[in-house]
Each structure stands twice: as structure tokens, then as C-alpha cells.
Design a protein around this ligand. Structure first.
Ligand code: 5RP
Length: 218
């Protein structure tokens, strides 16, 4: 591992630890997906007696939680959640995010949308002035692949199918390359309207509420 990766992991760990401060007694906590969310799950073990359970945004996170002896509930049995904690691939200063590098964007957006507060945890390399250097993931229905790709070109991006990847929902992911996203809310709205798109990885219409980068709360 390079020293840069070591520093990023240290910051992810710090952010995960700080996120514990947002947890109150008897909460059911929404849990994200990815390496930073994994640090958070590992931290959650320390206070698992304090919470009533979790709702996971992926099969992988649900498995990790269960392996730690943390209760995992279905979102439909729980209703709304007080808190969602997850990482991101990019954030701008308005806390608009790109998510879905791990392919869990749809379930992440469902759990985030169902939550009163979204605490995003990351290392400081994730903060950017303009979203889009990280390819924007779009989950779509497999038979719509070609149609969705053509609409993405019209919106100014370069669509590239994520090879050998099927989401937890049985769909494909098209990553949009080479698109600087100066108006994240408009772009999220436009992509949401393309028939065959299940979700895009922009979290701008409902951005994060808190961004923790390492030991800094933004
Ligand atoms: C998964 C995600 C992750 O939050 C995002 O990819 C960041 O991952 P990591 O914490 O490993 O840097 O959206 O779908």
C-alpha cells in the first residue's frame, strides 16, 4: 500500500469514528457501502448495544453487519430512519455527491432518501471543486443499455458499460466519463428522466447534511 493510500485509510477511519457521535440511544441506523462504510461498521461494533438495529444499503454491508452480530432490518419494516452514514466518491462544497463506485447507488439513495440526516464520511481527496472527474455511475435496466447510452451522449458524457458487473437489483451500470457537472441538480433531474435509468449516482437533489473528511467536519 502506498503512503497516500495509508493516509486515505487513516482519514476514513477518523471520519468513521467521528460519525459515532451522531448516534443516539435506540436508533435504527442506515448503513452505506464501501471501504469507508466498512470502517464505520467496524466502529459500530463498539456501541452495538446502544442501537436497536441497522438498515443496510447492500448485501455486502448486510453480511458484514451480521458477521459482527449487529441486527439488520428491512427498510420496509422500519419506515423512516433518523440517520444514514455512508462514504462518497466525490463531494463538492454544497455536499452534492457522486456515489456508486461500489455499484450500490440505488439502495444507497433509497436508504439516504428515507433518512432524516445523511452523514457522509470520507478522506479529503474526495472534496472537489467540480464533480465529474470520477465517472458518474448510472444503474439501468439491461434492455435499455443502448438507449440510455445514446441519451448520455446527448447530455455531453461518454458512456462506458461497467464490465462483468450486475447490481444487487439485477441491473447493469453505465459509468459516465469525461463530463464536468457544473449543475448537479439539473443533471440529476435530466438523468432521472431517461427511460430505463433506475438511478444515477448524483446525490444533489437531496445532498448530504454533514460531510466529515478525516477529523474535520465540513
Ligand atoms: C458505493 C459507494 C461508496 O460510498 C463510494 O464508492 C466510496 O467508496 P469508498 O468508501 O470505498 O471510498 O457509493 O456504491
Amino acid at each position: 500500500m502506498t503512503s497516500k493510500q495509508q493516509n486515505q485509510n487513516r482519514q476514513k477511519q477518523q471520519a468513521a469514528t467521528l460519525a459515532l457521535d451522531y448516534i443516539e440511544s435506540s436508533m435504527i441506523v442506515g448503513i452505506g457501502t464501501g471501504s469507508t462504510a466498512n470502517f464505520f461498521i467496524d466502529e459500530l461494533v463498539k456501541i452495538k448495544a446502544k442501537i436497536d438495529g441497522t438498515v443496510a444499503s447492500s448485501v455486502a454491508s448486510a453480511d458484514r453487519l451480521k458477521n459482527h452480530g449487529i441486527r439488520v432490518l428491512e427498510l420496509n419494516e422500519v419506515g423512516s430512519l433518523p440517520l444514514y452514514v455512508d462514504g462518497a466518491d466525490e463531494s463538492n462544497k454544497s455536499l452534492h455527491l457522486i456515489k456508486g463506485g461500489g455499484g450500490a447507488l440505488t439502495r444507497e439513495k433509497i436508504v439516504a432518501s428515507s433518512s432524516d440526516k445523511f452523514v457522509c464520511i470520507a478522506d479529503d481527496s474526495k472534496l472537489v471543486s467540480c464533480l465529474g472527474d470520477f465517472p458518474l455511475p448510472v444503474e439501468c435496466i439491461p434492455m435499455a443499455q443502448s438507449y440510455v447510452a445514446r441519451q448520455i451522449v446527448k447530455l455531453g458524457g461518454q458512456p462506458i458499460l461497467r464490465e462483468n458487473f450486475i447490481t444487487d437489483n439485477g441491473n447493469i451500470i453505465i459509468d459516465i466519463h469525461n463530463m464536468q457537472i457544473s449543475e448537479p441538480v439539473s443533471m440529476e433531474t435530466a438523468l432521472n428522466q431517461v427511460t430505463g435509468v433506475v438511478t444515477c449516482g448524483l446525490f444533489a437533489i437531496k445532498p448530504a447534511d454533514v460531510l466529515i473528511l478525516g477529523n474535520q467536519i465540513i
